[in-house]
Design a protein around this ligand. Structure first.
Ligand code: ATP
Length: 258
């Protein structure tokens, strides 16, 4: 830390002008063995307080992009920064800590721990990071409309309610960014809409940053911007997308949607 209490990483990021970005990718590529190129060099910055949807046909590299961006996979080349911190410079333990403390994850399956109560599930990232829980879990549950279900077991909740708990858990550490991989893929339309509205609210009210992979144009229409991948390359983006425009764009790319 320097004299003003800022870490060296913070100061470096400020000088580089990357501090205000929740995420930046510079020339990030990923090749698997035998010449499979899942991602060609990608350049992308996501400012704080933005809701970004990532779309594209099956196998275009969406999961690979998300995994590299979230430090779950190491890119073959290029630089990933979360809140100004460059991931490639981190050893495995520091990367694990960064993922736990500065990134929130929401997957298609909620992955709640069945033996813990709903409130304990929300508190888990704080407990794992040895941070004070206080009333943060309950406030998080209130934000997703489940303040009266803290003592319940996940098995007593519907799929949509479990996904709302998963969102509360993803937000409880006030992360730099939340990565959501098909968060509504297993939900009926009404529950999906509730989940998308919560993600939207987290961005609008709390200034969170969300990157969401989805196949669903209606889900993507909740985002500030939709980004389209094709064969590992960024091939287009739409600001303030609506579902009809997204469908048209995907159709032009030769990609059908349900
Ligand atoms: N571990 C791996 N080894 C080899 N090839 C892989 C591996 N993981 C992914 N791929 C390949 O990389 C490409 C991108 O895969 P990826 O899973 O990122 O696509 P996706 O857009 O997320 O697909 P989907 O929408 O079906 O989940 C595909 O061609 C896939 O077969």
């Amino acid at each position: 830390m320097d004299g003003q209490g800022r870490s060296r990483t913070t100061a470096t990021a400020e000088r580089a002008g990357t501090w205000h970005h929740a995420l930046s990718l510079e020339g990030v590529s990923r090749e698997y063995g035998r010449g499979v190129v899942a991602l060609h060099p990608i350049h992308l910055t996501v400012p704080r307080g933005r809701f970004l949807a990532v779309m594209g046909p099956s196998g275009c590299g969406k999961s690979t992009l998300l995994q590299c961006a979230a430090g779950l996979d190491r890119p073959t080349a290029g630089t990933v920064r979360i809140g100004g911190t460059e991931l490639s410079s981190l050893k495995e333990a520091a990367l694990t800590r960064l993922r736990r403390e500065r990134i929130g994850f929401v997957f298609q399956a909620h992955h709640l721990v069945p033996s813990l109560s709903v409130a304990e599930n929300v508190a888990l990232p704080l407990l794992l990071g040895r941070r004070t829980v206080g009333d943060r879990a309950l406030r998080g549950l209130a934000a997703v409309g489940l303040e009266d279900r803290g003592d319940a077991s996940p098995s007593e909740l519907s799929g949509g309610q479990c996904q709302r708990v998963a969102i509360a858990r993803a937000l409880v550490t006030a992360p730099d960014i939340v990565f959501a991989d098909e968060p509504t893929g297993a939900l009926d339309p009404a529950a999906a809409e509730e989940v998308l509205a919560l993600l939207r609210e987290a961005v609008d009210r709390e200034g969170h940053t969300v990157v969401m992979v989805t196949h669903d144009p209606f889900a993507a229409a909740w985002a500030d911007e939709a980004l389209f991948l094709m064969r590992g390359r960024l091939v287009g983006r739409q600001e303030r997308p609506d579902a009809a425009d997204i469908r048209r764009f995907l159709k032009d790319l030769g990609v059908g949607t349900a």
